[in-house]
Design a protein around this ligand. Sequence first.
Ligand SMILES: *Cc1c(COP(=O)(O)O)cnc(C)c1O
Length: 399
Amino acid sequence: MEALTKDFIGLEEQYGAHNYHPLDVVIERASGSWVYDVEGKRYLDCLAAYSAVNQGHCHPRILEAMVEQAQKVTLTSRAFRNDQLPLFYEELHALTGFEMTLPMNSGTEAVESAIKVARKWGYAVKGIPAGRAEIIVCTNNFHGRTISIVSFSSEDQYKDGFGPFLEGFKVVPFGDAGALRAAVTANTCAFLVEPIQGEAGVLIPPDGFLAEARAICTEHNVLLIADEIQSGLGRTGEMFAYQHEGIVPDVLIIGKALSGGFYPVSAVLASREILGVLHPGDHGSTFGGNPLACAIARAALRVIVEEGLAERSALLGAEFLERLRRIESPHVRSVRGRGLWIAMELNIAARPVCEALMKEGMLCKETHTTVIRLAPPLTIDRDDLMWAADRIEAVLGRL
Ligand SMILES: *Cc1c(COP(=O)(O)O)cnc(C)c1O
C-alpha cells in the first residue's frame, strides 16, 4: 500500500467508529463513472454509492444547480416557505403521478416517516383500534438502521445489542404472496416492501408477486409501501421497479439518486388521503425540504429524465448481464439482475474477488459474503462496462 493511502487509513481507523469495512482505496475526486485515489490511480466505480450516483459522479448540471442555489439561500427551515420546495413538489408530481410529497433527508428517515404515516392512516382513516396497528415486512429486508427499522430486520447482526425493539411488525418470506395473505389481519395498516431487495443481494421476487401483493393490499384496505430508495430512479431499467409489474403502490419512498449523490435528499410520496393525515406539528425535520436540497433534487431528476437513464439502464444492463453469464468459471454459481443492477453469486468469498478487482482498477463491493453487487452509474460508457466484464473474467480465471 502506498504511503499516503496508508496515512489516511491509519487516521480513519484510529479516530473513526469502525462500523464499516471499506476497501482500502482512498478516493479524492471523481468524474462520471471514474474515481481517482490520493495516489492518482483511477478506478471504474461499479457500485455508484449504492445507487446514489446513478447520474455519474459530480454531474455538471447538478453541480451547477447546487452552486447556484448555495449562493442564494440554503436553509430556511419549514418555519418559513421557500421558492424551491413547491417546484420540487410539482415536478415530482409530474414525474410520478402521486398527489403529495413529504420531503426528508436520509432514506432511513423517509422510511421512518412512511411508517408513522401508515400507522396514523391506520387509526385515522382505516379505524384500527388505538395502539394496535400492524405493518407486514419481508425477510431479508433492508430499510435502514434506526431502532424502529432494525426492530423488524431478519438479519441478526443488525439487531444484536440494540434492543429493546419496537412492536407492531410481522415478517413474511420475500416473494411469498400466500404468506402475505395469511399474515393480514383487520389491524394491518401496511405492507412495506422493496420491489427488488438490494442489500440482500439484488433478490428479484417471482414474477407476479408485486401484482398479487397489490391485489391483496387493495382487497384488505392495506397500504402498499414500496421502498424504492435503491431500486428507483432508473436503476432497474424503469423509472421505478414497480413499473415492471404494471402496478402502483400507495406510498413510494425514494432517496439516494434523488440528489445524484450531492446531498442527502429523500421523500415519501402518496395520495392526499394518506399524506393528508399529517397536520402541523405531527412530524418534521429542520433540513427536510430545504431549498438547497430541492434545487439539487430538481436538477438530479431532470438529468435522469433528459439523459434517458432508465432506458440506458435497460439496454446496457441486458448486454452486461448476458456478457457476465458467458463467463465460464467454477466460482460463479449464478448471475441475476435487472437493468444495470446485477448480482454475481459465487461459490467462494466475494471479498477477495473485490480486492483483486480493485487492483485491476475496478471498484465493487461484496454483500452477504458470497455476492458481488454490480451497480455502476447509469451514465457509464458501453466500452467501460465491457472492460469491467473483462476484468471480472480475468480475476475469476486467476483465482
Ligand atoms: C439505502 C437504503 C435505505 C436507507 O437509506 P439511507 O440514505 O442510507 O438512510 C433504505 N432502504 C433501502 C432499500 C436502501 O437501499
